[in-house]
Design a protein around this ligand. Structure first.
Ligand code: ATR
Length: 276
C-alpha cells in the first residue's frame, strides 16, 4: 500500500535529522512525520504496529497518553512517566525516554559534568520532569522553580518516591530566582517561555552572574529572550538544539543498533538555520 502524507507535524526538525543520518550511513530507512489527533492515538499506534516499523517518536501532547498503547516501558521512561521514543522488539512496542539522555549528552558535550555542578531548573512540566530525573542521581544539588508551586511539590514528591532523593523547590519569582542564582552553576529553562505562542517572560532583570551556564531548552532560529540576556551578561550558553540533537541521536541508536552520525545530524539542523 502506498499513501500520500499531507499536513505533517509543523516545524518538526526530526525528519531532517533522522533522514540525513540514514542517508549518511546508506540505510534503506525513512522517517516520516504524521499529525495524529489525541482521539485516534490508539488507532495510529495499531497502524504502525501492523506495518512492523522499526520504531517511532512521540511528541507533545502524546508523551504520557501513549503509554497505555505500549507493551513495555524501559525503567527510566517508567520513572519519568513519559515516552518520546518507541522501538519494536520481537513484535512488542517498548517505550523509552531519550529526552533524559539528550539533556545529559548536551551538557557533557559542552564540558558540564552533572556530578560537578549545581542546577536550577525552571518549570515542573513534562520537560522539567525528564531533566530532573536525568540529573537526580549525579547532581549534588537541584532546585526547581515553577510558576505554579503545587506542580513543583508534585515533582518533589515524585522524585522522592522514585529515587529517594531530595530537591529544593520554590515559586518562579524574581526574588527566588535571584537568590538561587548565587549558588547555581547551571540554569536550565524547561518552561515553555520563549516558544512561539507563549508571551511570558522569565522573571530576571539586569545581569546574570557571569560564571553561570545558561541552558535554554527552547529552540528557535532567533535567540530567546533568556539567551539574549545570558549573552549580554557574558554567560556560557547551551542551546535547545543540543538537547534536540542528542535525544534524536539516542533514538537513532536504539532503532538501528548503530552509533548515530551526530555531526551529520547537527549539520542538517544548520541547513535549516538552527545551529549557531
Ligand atoms: P512540557 O511537557 O513541554 O514541559 P507542560 O507540561 O505544559 O509542557 O509544562 C510547561 C511548563 O512551562 C510548566 O512548568 C509551566 O508552568 P505552570 O506549571 O505554572 O503552568 C511553565 N510555563 C508556561 N508558561 C509560563 C509562563 N508564562 N511563565 C512561567 N512559566 C510558564
Amino acid at each position: 500500500m502506498y499513501g500520500i502524507v499531507g499536513d505533517p507535524v509543523e516545524h518538526s526538525l526530526s525528519p531532517v535529522m533522522q533522514n540525513s543520518a540514514f542517508e549518511k550511513l546508506g540505510m534503506d530507512c525513512v522517517y516520516i512525520p504524521f499529525r495524529v489527533a489525541s482521539s485516534v492515538l490508539g488507532v495510529a499506534v495499531k497502524g504502525l504496529r501492523s506495518q512492523g516499523v522499526l520504531g517511532f517518536n512521540v511528541t507533545v501532547p502524546h508523551k504520557t497518553k501513549i503509554i497505555q498503547y505500549l507493551d513495555k516501558l524501559e525503567s527510566h521512561a517508567r520513572n519519568v512517566g513519559a515516552v518520546n521514543t518507541v522501538k519494536t522488539v520481537e513484535n512488542k512496542l517498548v517505550g523509552y525516554n531519550t529526552d533524559s539522555i539528550g539533556v545529559v549528552e548536551a551538557l557533557k558535550t559542552n564540558g558540564i559534568l552533572p556530578s560537578d555542578n549545581t542546577f536550577t531548573i525552571l518549570g515542573a512540566g513534562g520537560a522539567a520532569k525528564a531533566i530532573t530525573h536525568a540529573l537526580i542521581e549525579s547532581a549534588p544539588r537541584i532546585s526547581v522553580l515553577n510558576r505554579t508551586l503545587e506542580r513543583a511539590h508534585g515533582l518533589r514528591r515524585d522524585i522522592r518516591r522514585r529515587s529517594g532523593r531530595e530537591i529544593k523547590i520554590g515559586s518562579l519569582t524574581r526574588r527566588n530566582l535571584e537568590r538561587e542564582l548565587h549558588t547555581t552553576d547551571v540554569l536550565i529553562n524547561a518552561t515553555s517561555v520563549g516558544m512561539k505562542g507563549n508571551p511570558g517572560n522569565i522573571p530576571i532583570e539586569g545581569d546574570l552572574p557571569q560564571d553561570l551556564v545558561v541552558f535554554d531548552i527552547v529552540y528557535d532560529r532567533c535567540d530567546t529572550e533568556l539567551v539574549k540576556q545570558a549573552k549580554r551578561s557574558g554567560c556560557r550558553i547551551i542551546r535547545g538544539t543540543e538537547m534536540l540533537l542528542y535525544q534524536a541521536a539516542a533514538a537513532f541508536t536504539l532503532w538501528t543498533g548503530t552509533k548515530a552520525p551526530v555531526d551529520t545530524m547537527r549539520h542538517s539542523l544548520a541547513t535549516f538555520g538552527f545551529n549557531r
